[in-house]
Design a protein around this ligand. Structure first.
Ligand code: 0A1
Ligand code: ZN
Length: 876
């Protein structure tokens, strides 16, 4: 970087000096280049105080400007100035037509932002600031315009030409073998929701009648070889549309809704108006190639993008600091949808696990930022777990504080009041305040203060007075740019368990009460409590906080078997396991033989024996806290101790409970035809978990069992479950053989081969780095394809701690080299790869030095993208 990139601040927001009422685009797609013609009807914004402001358009450096005219007058280079990402036109009238012709080269676009060609098909990704790589524009979400788009291309190679809205005209240029289609989107939208697709695509289709009786066509496009993998996405879409009508009263608004699957994509999917573009990994599904987890991910992502049609498109963000307005709310909506479609408790466990493992780590690291950030250098770096997942928790807390009826009233008011507008998180909270009459001013701190609040809870019981008291103290650690924090408004859902394990009645006879914390220290008193209760705190994880309460192992076991809150029953088991694993880590570090507390064995035995429990929840309870979670909980991460303690515990549990694991493994054998429904998913998850314990015994008989499961499986969940256990086992020859077999079977299934890469990248055995290095040269790998980079490089660096954090620093060197390489090809992916290095402060001194020097080497490597520069410079 010649100059260091500058930060942009929320406090500097100003309304746009100009508006664009209509946008007409014509794309001429060609092998050497693509021409983009735009005609924009523009005028000064009456709401802007600056009446004389020049016209300042966004345009990426890569744009070749061929022609520029204002109301028919062609401008000469003296009439404008290009500098960085800006095109400044000094004298413009109050109302005018801007015509612009640009030349771009989608085939060379490896950043996958703007218009790009990959695998012989054209597609776009414009969020957040990709449209400026297509043409000069006011590329900001508060400039909303009505788009008409014509796409012209070779008719034989690109028979399908798509854009937003409804198709209104088409034709062919016969002598040239080209054709064109015009699309019109009646809803004004910001440029980030623009989309275009051109390719040789097949599709499936289904009619849908909305609640008010409008007919809509639903279409999902993919390459023809994947046509048989689209049904699950279609079913998910229909379910999501019905759910949004029922739960939020929201209907779809265009005549056609399209999803297109593409293999080269930086993220999961994108909610472009009427034309969603999806990473193949979030849309394709078939029993033979797709695991249960991936089926559920498809359902969740399809719903997420569909829900954006209201929470994001009809009502959008004023500026990118408000990103969580659409993302936090939409994640909350899709999580509730998935909870309604599958098991609510299991979905909550999964979401909280992600939050506590990865979002808490982000909130404690150098990139920590509030749900509504105050500044950024590169907005692409802020599509984070904090904006998405913590943002969803913030919306969930509003739901908890208001209750479902008032929350629905608030969302109705929000959609009605702001339809067609670009608004702020404040507008969202205000709607919730108005319908409820509640003052949420202190609650708004959740949007502005970064960091994970800590709650210290203690209690006392006065037997004579039959009075039980809970004392709660809150605090929040400092984060970058925020040393002091004000107390948060925290909903703390609690219950009290009597000696027999039954819930005691609380206020109004309910068994769960939401205490509202607003001060640094508060005491809550419960009268008429006949015996000392065991408190069940933070039920359902009612707030994204770290809770500390001095709970004995016995009390945790008690909660594990009696708590009426399914989430807290699971959480008590996790807390017990964490406590016991930490004891093992201490033993390991002290060089003493490790010894597993029987409390864990007994608790697991009881859960395994209870056939009345949902097998999916049993699988969750019996899953030991991950290495990543144990790392997040550590002040200083001891990579080896965490790994060894966890492996030891797993084996000890397997030895103590092998009969039970075997019995349930056999009893859960598949019956009937595969379906990714809740009942079957639950059975497979527990059965594969049992197999993982049995494999921990390291016995040939168990290896044979796993191999038989692999060979006989009629679905990917069972086949891949067995594969990864064998591949990670100490049986080297068998591991190689099964990996080889898997590759041969699925060679032509890109997404399956990505899993094959990931399984090898996450193998904790020594030598994994050499294997990853070799796989980078394998024909199955392509550094330009983000899914492959994630499967091989990200998985190695994030899910293989013992190898990535090898004491010699080889893992860090490997990653630094990859980031330097990716920085030029794809800055967004490069920047995301940095995450594990940013956490250097949590390791021992020698590792800290090695990680810092890897970061420094990246910083010194030459021209850095804004994406990579921001993360490296903030981390060092
Ligand atoms: N809005 C999308 C996520 C998304 C964000 C950025 C992208 O490119 C940089 C692509 C997709 C969603 O929430 O699903
Ligand atoms: Zn989203």
């Amino acid at each position: 970087m010649a100059e260091q990139p500058r930060a942009i601040y929320l406090k500097d927001y100003q309304v746009p000096p100009f508006l664009i009422d209509t946008t007409e685009l014509r794309f001429e797609l060609g092998d050497d280049h693509t021409l983009v013609r735009s005609v924009l009807k523009m005028r000064r914004n009456p709401a802007s105080p600056s009446r004389q402001a020049p016209l300042d358009l966004h345009g990426h450096e890569s744009l070749e400007l061929c022609r520029l005219a204002i109301s028919g007058q062609v401008l000469s280079p003296q009439d404008y100035r290009r500098e960085g990402e800006s095109l400044l036109i000094r004298a413009v009238p109050d109302e005018f037509t801007l015509e612009c012709l640009t030349r771009i080269r989608p085939q060379d676009n490896t950043a996958l932002e703007g218009l790009y060609r990959s695998d012989g098909m054209y597609c776009t990704q414009c969020e957040a600031e990709g449209f400026r790589r297509i043409t000069f524009y006011l590329d900001r979400p508060d400039v909303m315009s009505v788009f008409t788009t014509t796409v012209e291309a070779d008719a034989r190679r690109y028979p399908v030409l798509l854009s937003n809205g409804n198709p209104v005209a088409s034709g062919s240029l016969e002598d040239e073998g080209r054709h064109w289609v015009t699309w019109q989107d009646p809803f004004p939208k910001p440029a980030y929701l623009f989309a275009l697709v051109a390719g040789d695509l097949a599709h499936i289709e289904r009619p849908f009648k909305t609640a008010s009786g409008r007919d809509v066509t639903l279409r999902i496009y993919a390459e023809s070889r994947d046509l048989d993998k689209l049904d699950h996405a279609m079913e998910s879409l229909v379910k999501a549309m019905r759910w949004d009508e029922k739960v939020y009263g929201r209907e779809y608004d265009l005549d056609i809704y399209m999803i297109v699957a593409v293999d080269f994509f930086n993220m999961g999917a994108m909610e472009n108006k009427g034309l969603n573009i999806f990473n193949t990994s979030c849309v394709l599904a078939s029993p033979e190639t797709t695991t249960d987890a991936a089926f559920q991910r498809v359902e969740g992502v399809v719903a997420h993008e569909y829900f954006h049609n209201w929470s994001g498109n009809r009502v959008t963000c004023r500026d990118w600091f408000q990103l969580s307005l659409k993302e936090g709310f939409t994640v909350f909506r899709d999580a509730e949808f998935s909870a309604d479609m599958n098991s609510r408790a299991v979905k909550r466990v999964e979401d909280v696990t992600l939050l506590r493992t990865a979002q808490f780590a982000e909130d404690a690291g150098p990139m920590a930022h509030p749900v509504r950030p105050a500044s950024f250098i590169e907005i692409s770096n802020f599509y984070t777990l904090t904006v998405y997942e913590k943002g969803a928790e913030v919306v969930r807390m509003i739901h908890t504080l208001l209750g479902p009826e008032l929350f629905r009233k608030g969302s109705d008011l929000y959609f009605e009041r702001h339809d067609g507008q670009a608004v702020t998180t404040d507008d969202f909270v205000r709607a919730m305040e108005e319908v409820s009459g509640r003052d949420l001013s202190q609650f708004r701190l959740w949007y502005d203060q970064a960091g994970t609040p800590r709650l210290h809870v203690s209690d006392d019981y006065d037997a004579a007075a039959q009075r039980y008291s809970l004392h709660v103290e809150q605090s929040c650690p400092a984060t970058p740019d925020q040393a002091e924090k004000k107390p948060f408004h925290i909903p703390l859902a609690i219950g009290l368990l009597g000696p027999g394990g039954r819930d005691l009645p609380l206020a109004g006879g309910a068994t769960t009460e939401v205490l509202e914390l607003t001060e640094t220290k508060q005491t809550f008193v419960f009268e008429g409590v006949a015996e000392r209760p065991v408190p069940s705190l933070l039920r359902g994880f009612s707030a994204p906080v770290k809770l500390q309460y001095p709970c004995s192992r016995d009390e945790r076991v008690f909660l594990m078997s009696h708590d009426s809150d399914g989430f807290n029953r699971w959480d008590a088991g996790q807390a017990l396991a964490v406590d016991i694993l930490r004891e093992l880590m201490d033993q390991y570090r002290a060089g003493r033989p490790m010894q597993l507390d029987c409390a864990l064995i007994d608790a697991f035995a009881a859960v395994l024996d209870d056939e009345a429990l949902d097998p999916a929840m049993v699988a969750k309870v019996l899953t030991l806290p991950s290495e990543a979670y144990l790392s997040e909980l550590s002040d200083e991460i001891d990579v080896e101790a965490i790994h060894e303690a966890r492996q030891f515990a797993k084996k000890a549990l397997a030895q103590a409970l092998s009969g039970r694991f075997e019995r349930r493994y056999l009893a859960l054998a598949p019956a009937g035809v595969y379906a990714p429904d809740a009942v079957q998913v639950a059975r497979r998850s527990l059965r594969n978990l049992c197999l993982s314990y049995l494999m921990a015994l390291e016995q040939p008989a168990q290896l044979a069992r796993a191999r038989a499961q692999y060979d006989d499986a009629d679905n990917m969940t069972d086949r891949q479950g067995a594969l990864s256990l064998i591949a990670h086992s100490a049986f080297g020859a068998e591991a190689d053989a099964v990996l080889e077999d898997f590759y041969r079977r699925f060679e032509r299934e890109t997404l399956v081969i990505n899993q094959w890469l990931a399984i090898q990248a996450s193998d904790p055995k020594p030598g994994a780095l050499a294997r990853v290095d070799a796989l980078m040269k394998h024909e199955a790998f392509d550094i330009r394809n983000p899914n492959k980079v994630r499967s091989l490089i990200s998985v190695f660096c994030n899910q293989n701690a013992v190898n990535f954090h090898a004491a010699d620093g080889a893992g860090y060197d490997f990653l630094a080299d990859r980031i330097i390489e990716m920085n030029r090809l794809n800055p967004q992916v490069a920047s995301r790869l940095l995450t594990p290095l940013t956490r250097w402060r949590k390791y021992d001194a020698p590792r800290q030095a090695l990680m810092q020097s890897a970061l420094q080497r990246i910083l010194d490597s030459g021209e850095l993208s804004k994406d990579v520069y921001e993360v490296v410079s903030k981390s060092l």
